[in-house]
Design a protein around this ligand. Structure first.
Ligand SMILES: [Fe+2]
Length: 183
C-alpha cells in the first residue's frame, strides 16, 4: 500500500475538502509521533491518513463509522495493527485502546481540530505565527472550540508524553504541511 494509493482512495470516497485536510493533519501528527517514539513512521502516518475514510460513506453514523473504515483500510492493504487503531478510534464501539498505535491515533485525532481552530482565530488565519503556548492556552479555555474533546487529547500521557510536548509536536507537524492545509 503506497501513500499515493491511499490518497487516491480518499479522493474517491470523500468530497469534503476540510475532512481531507483533517486526515492530512492527522497523518502529519502521527508521523511526528512515530518519529518521537521510534516507531514505524509510514505505518503510523498512513493509519492517520486513512482513519476517517468511511466518514461520508457511513453518513456520520457512529455505530458503523470506523468499522467500515477498518475494512476499507484492510482492502487497501493495511495490516491488522492499523485496522485495529482505525476501528477503536471511534469510542462508540467501546473497544479498549491496546497498542501504542491505537493510543496515538486516538489522541492525535482531536488535536488537529484544536490547532486548526487556534489558527483560524488569528488575524492572518495562518499556522506559521501560531505559538504552542497559545494553543495550550486555548486548550484550557473550555468554551473555545468546545467540540474538541480535551480528555481525549490528554491521553497522550499513555504514550509517555506531557500535554505541552504533545501540543508542541502536533503544531510543528502541522506547520510542516501548512500549504496542504491551506493555513
Ligand atoms: Fe478524525
Amino acid at each position: 500500500m503506497t501513500r499515493e494509493e491511499v490518497l487516491d482512495s480518499i479522493k474517491a470516497n470523500i468530497e469534503n475538502e476540510n475532512l481531507i485536510k483533517h486526515m492530512l493533519a492527522t497523518e502529519a501528527i502521527m508521523r511526528a509521533l512515530a518519529k518521537r517514539l521510534g516507531e514505524d513512521e509510514e505505518e503510523w502516518g498512513l493509519t492517520g491518513l486513512l482513519h476517517d475514510i468511511d466518514m461520508e460513506l457511513t453518513g456520520g453514523d457512529m455505530s458503523s463509522h470506523s468499522k467500515l473504515g477498518a475494512d476499507l483500510a484492510r482492502e487497501l492493504g493495511a495490516n491488522e495493527a492499523m485496522a485495529h487503531a482505525i476501528l477503536c478510534h471511534n469510542e462508540a464501539h467501546g473497544i479498549p485502546l491496546e497498542t501504542k498505535l491505537d493510543k496515538a491515533l486516538f489522541c492525535a485525532d482531536p488535536l488537529t481540530g484544536l490547532i486548526i481552530a487556534a489558527a483560524l482565530v488569528r488575524p492572518d488565519k495562518k499556522l506559521a505565527g501560531l505559538e504552542a503556548k497559545s494553543v495550550i492556552k486555548r486548550f484550557k479555555e473550555k468554551g473555545f472550540a468546545a467540540g474538541v474533546n480535551r480528555e481525549q487529547i490528554t491521553r497522550c500521557s499513555e504514550l509517555g508524553l506531557e500535554l505541552n510536548e504533545f501540543i508542541e509536536l502536533g503544531l510543528e507537524a502541522m506547520k510542516g504541511i501548512a500549504a496542504d492545509l491551506g493555513l
